[in-house]
Design a protein around this ligand. Structure first.
Ligand code: ATP
Length: 322
């Protein structure tokens, strides 16, 4: 049988663990006697011919590194049909039959378009936000929440020493998972996330006042980026309750750092699975985690899914941080 040739790219926002996924694709491919190319800077690499053949050692010493050795990009150009056809022609010219696309749901739309243009693509969920409806888990999330809790713990130390209220904004525009899990882990007095409508008096002020009554003197409030306005909230708390309040936006620190064991392992499993699907001649699929297991779904089905918010976890947060 002719030797298969595949390629791998990372697209959208970077996430810790992307390198582990790239490594898994390269090594499982070579292990199956495939040729494997790395495509640089997302879909742009296919438009600019920016690719390189990988060998087993090309991905040495990257499993513990944050970011992505293939770099990542957002490519507006690739959203055009003409560009997708050009990218598919480029793949054919290099003998590339399949591409593993590591990124968020925007990247999966790109993978669907490239499959429609004739090159089988498999998506692997890589984004710190955990905001992909079809998968319970996205590579990068565990590292991001561990970084966030480390930062919030530090902020909490100083909040405690000054009897202060610290309001911390963490990443998550549409998805509050980073805020919810960090908030629970930090014992936050209030957690504000985009999935749950809030009322400042009821969900922040009353919660602070209630804990003050039982003797608490310092407070941590965790707010998702999608809710925002942490500076205004700090000012409001100061005026309303007369306690010192400070806002901190964690920002891009949450994207970096060495991936956790969980991210390295899940990325390795997902990368391996993606190559196995390409080896079976399959395309237009995404590798996902469902019920704790690694499996795969049709991309169209995956992109049509609506995220299910974990109400129970939110209830837990509200019940234990009092
Ligand atoms: P993150 O969740 O980190 O933002 P993402 O993969 O959702 O990651 P996007 O910026 O939405 O990030 O998409 C990444 C890239 O995927 C885009 O820049 C573009 O190249 C490609 N892409 C997105 N949507 C489409 C589409 N409808 N058709 C073709 N390509 C697309």
């Amino acid at each position: 049988m002719a030797q298969k040739t595949i390629a791998v790219l990372t697209s959208g926002g970077d996430a810790p663990g992307m390198n582990a996924a790239v490594r898994a694709v390269v090594r499982s491919g070579i292990n199956r006697n495939m040729r494997v190319f790395g495509i640089y800077r997302g879909f742009n690499g296919l438009l600019n011919g920016d690719i390189e053949e990988m060998n087993l050692r090309s991905v040495s010493d990257i499993i513990g590194n944050g970011g992505t050795m293939l770099y990542t990009a957002r490519s507006e150009e690739f959203k055009q049909k003409e560009a997708q056809e050009r990218a598919a022609d480029f793949c054919r010219s290099k003998g590339i039959e399949g591409v593993v696309v590591i990124g968020g749901d925007g990247s999966f739309r790109g993978a669907r378009a490239l499959t429609a243009a004739g090159i089988n693509c498999i998506g692997v969920p890589g984004t710190i936000d955990n905001d992909i409806a079809c998968s319970e888990y996205t590579v990068g999330f565990d590292t991001a929440i561990n970084t966030a809790i480390d930062m919030v713990d530090r902020i909490r130390d100083t909040a405690q020493s000054h009897d202060r209220c610290s309001i911390v904004e963490v990443m998550g525009r549409r998805c509050g998972d980073i805020a919810l899990q960090t908030g629970i882990a930090a014992g936050a007095t209030a957690i504000l996330i985009p999935e749950v409508e809030y009322n400042t008096e009821r969900d922040v002020i009353a919660r602070i006042v209630n804990t003050q009554k039982t003797g608490k003197k310092h407070f941590v409030i965790v707010v998702a980026e999608g809710v925002g306005h942490v500076g205004d909230l700090a000012k409001y708390i100061e005026q309303r309750l007369g306690i010192e309040a400070r806002a901190t936006i964690l920002g891009h620190v949450q994207r970096g750092g060495s991936p956790t064991v969980r991210d390295r392992v899940v990325a390795s499993q997902m990368g391996y699975e993606a190559v196995s699907l390409l080896d079976q001649g399959l395309g237009n699929r995404v590798v996902v985690m469902r019920d704790g297991k690694i499996t795969d779904l049709d991309i169209n089905e995956a992109l049509d899914m609506e995220r299910v918010f974990d109400d129970k976890l939110y209830k837990v947060a509200m019940s234990v941080s009092i």
